[in-house]
Structure formats: structure tokens, C-alpha cells
Ligand binder design. Structure first.
Ligand SMILES: Nc1ncnc2c1ncn2[C@@H]1O[C@H](COP(=O)(O)OP(=O)(O)O)[C@@H](O)[C@H]1O
Ligand SMILES: [Mg+2]
Length: 325
């Protein structure tokens, strides 16, 4: 079998934000994972668990509090100017709300070609226009959209422009941050299908962030489940959905409206009790312990490490032991 190439190797990443009273929002708290080239790496969890912060931090939008981000074997902390330039060309982001990042005074053509003027400085005006038309075609829009303005477009068309803008500079990796959450249900599938088709055609790697479990299941090769800034479970699509092990993952999946009744774990459905604690005052020990039906004294005291329980399936829970241990 061909060896999978590691695109990102993220080690013990922490991203803390200052909060009032000298406290810290531990938005991302010691998270480690790898993203392989060509895959869709799904990140799920309830609102506020740190998904967006993980995406932004690995793209260098924030400087991490601690931990390492290794991109193609090179630590991003050691990047020289030319590495930073190449990284910002190769790694792009698309957002939940494309309207917020589309300047209403700029034509779509100008918006889509903005990155070209930075990363392809020697391109002629004609070449730029050609490139804009090409990426508009990628996202299913005709070239006359180049002269329009974002307020003339529907939500779905705006998201297509957001995607076209990201694609214009030929990235290899895109963080898709809830890219369909703000769209009408009727057009969500179109945008997801577009993203999947583009991935195949252009050989892209995605980090796909969503709170929508069925969407993540549909699109992801591997899935990371986050709770309060921590990674609680990580594995391939089949093991995460077929055999979720962490009590939080099980609870999250128990809320899926149409679960597969043949999965044995569903016989022991878990229902989430209580509120999510604040990331400013997260519980010591396992962060899920205040809501976990299986929590013991150990869970309240010691944070569980993410351990490989089955091949490629990692779980951070004191109650779950590796199969061959
Ligand atoms: N720039 C910031 N400054 C301060 N706190 C932030 C900032 N960004 C996010 N947070 C906080 O970090 C936590 C995680 O947020 P976020 O990454 O947006 O979660 P998600 O995308 O999973 O909803 C939240 O408590 C949020 O309020
Ligand atoms: Mg978010």
C-alpha cells in the first residue's frame, strides 16, 4: 500500500485567549493530530468547542500559545519569509458567512483576483481575467459574474465566490469552516457536492469543520471529535460512526435523528446532561467528567491522554482500555 503523506502534523497545540480578570479562554487545549494529503479531515463538536480556533491557528491566523505545527515536515515556527509566502498560497480558508468577507464595493472579478496580484505578480491583466473566468467555471458560474457585485448574488452564489476566491491561487489545502451552515437546506447539498468534485479534480486536502454530524459523516475520511478545547476521539469515518467509544461521542451521536439501528452501541444510548462548562473554568481532569455518566474519581483528577485503542482509532478516556493491553 502506498504510504500516506502527512501534510500537517500538529503536536500539543494550545491556543489560549486572554479573558477578563486575568483569566484565560482555553479555546484549544493540548490537541494533537495529523492531516494526510488528499483526505478530508472532519472536525466536529458543539458550538464553542474550539473548531474554528483550531482551523485558524494551523493556518497561522493566530500565533499559538504553545505546541508545534509541522507542515510538510517543516515547523511553521521556523518558516522564513519565502516559506510563509508559499504557505499562505497553499493553505486557504472558506467561511460560514461568505458575505462577511466579500467587499460590497468590489466587483466579483476583483475579489476573486485579489490573491493573484499577491501570489502571481507577473500575471498580465488578460491572464488574470482568464484565471478568474476559469475558477468561476470551476464553481459553476459564467464569466459575466466577474462584473457583478456580491449584493446581487444569492447566498449559495456568494459561497461559490468564496470558494472561487480561495481556488484562484491554486491552494492544496483548504479549511472549510462550516461552509454550508448559513445556507438554505435546499442548496447545502449543491455546495457540498461542489466541494467534493473540486477535491477530486484538483487533488485538494480539506479540513472540514461542522457541528452537523451527518454532514461530516458524508464528507470526511477521518474525523476528530472535540469537547471544550480537547480532542476526545479521532479515527476513520467507519470506526467513529460504527464504533464510537468516547461517552461524549456516543452522546453526541445519540442525538442524530436517524441513527442506524444495527449498530450495537446504540442500545446503550447516552443522553447529555447539564450544560457545557465555560472554557475559562473547564473542569480539571477530564473536561467531560461533569457530564459523563461513567466518571470516576480518577476522571475528576487526571486529564486522560488520547490513546490508540484500536489501529488508527484514538480515544481520550480513562474508562476505555486498548484492545491488546
Ligand atoms: N479571538 C478570540 N478571543 C477570545 N476568545 C475567543 C476568540 N475566538 C474564540 N474564542 C473563544 O474560544 C472558544 C472556542 O471558540 P471557537 O473556536 O469559535 O469554537 P467553535 O468554532 O467550535 O464554535 C469559545 O469559548 C470562544 O468564545
Ligand atoms: Mg466555529
Amino acid at each position: 500500500m502506498e504510504e500516506k503523506k502527512v501534510l500537517f502534523d500538529v503536536k500539543n497545540l494550545k491556543m489560549y485567549f486572554p479573558a477578563r480578570g486575568g483569566k484565560l479562554v482555553k479555546a484549544v487545549d493540548d490537541v494533537s493530530f495529523k492531516i494526510y494529503e488528499g483526505e478530508t479531515f472532519g472536525v466536529v463538536g458543539e458550538s464553542g468547542c474550539g473548531k474554528t480556533t483550531v482551523g485558524r491557528t494551523i493556518l497561522g491566523v493566530y500565533e499559538q500559545t504553545s505546541g508545534e505545527i509541522i507542515y510538510r515536515g517543516k515547523n511553521t515556527a521556523d518558516f522564513k519569509a519565502e516559506d510563509k509566502m508559499a504557505f499562505s498560497k497553499n493553505c486557504q480558508m472558506i467561511f460560514q458567512d461568505p458575505a462577511a468577507c466579500l467587499d460590497p464595493r468590489m466587483s466579483i472579478g476583483t475579489i476573486v483576483s485579489e490573491g493573484l496580484t499577491v501570489h502571481y505578480r507577473n500575471m498580465s491583466k488578460a491572464e488574470r481575467e482568464e484565471r478568474v473566468n476559469q475558477v468561476l467555471a470551476y464553481v459553476g458560474l459564467t464569466s459575466d459574474y466577474a462584473s457583478r457585485f456580491s449584493h446581487e448574488l444569492s447566498g449559495g452564489q456568494r459561497q461559490r465566490i468564496g470558494i472561487a476566491r480561495a481556488l484562484a491561487i491554486e491552494p492544496g489545502f483548504i479549511v472549510c469552516d462550516e461552509p454550508i451552515a448559513a445556507l438554505d437546506v435546499s442548496i447545502q447539498a449543491q455546495v457540498v457536492n461542489l466541494l467534493t468534485r473540486l477535491q477530486k479534480e484538483l487533488g485538494l486536502t480539506y479540513m472540514f469543520i461542522s457541528h452537523d454530524l451527518s454532514m461530516v459523516r458524508h464528507i470526511s475520511d477521518r474525523i476528530a471529535v472535540m469537547y471544550l478545547g480537547s480532542l476526545v476521539e479521532l479515527g476513520d469515518n467507519k470506526s467513529i460512526y460504527g464504533n464510537p467509544m468516547h461517552p461524549y461521542t456516543r452522546a453526541l451521536f445519540s442525538a442524530i435523528p436517524e441513527p442506524d439501528p444495527y449498530h450495537s452501541w446504540l442500545k446503550s444510548r447516552v443522553h447529555l446532561q447539564g450544560e457545557i462548562p465555560s472554557p475559562i473554568n473547564a473542569p480539571a481532569g477530564c473536561k467531560f467528567c461533569t457530564r459523563c455518566p461513567q466518571a470516576t474519581e480518577q476522571c475528576k483528577l487526571e486529564p486522560p491522554a488520547l490513546r490508540e485503542i484500536e489501529s488508527g482509532h484514538f480515544v481520550a478516556c480513562h474508562q476505555i482500555q486498548p484492545v491488546n493491553a
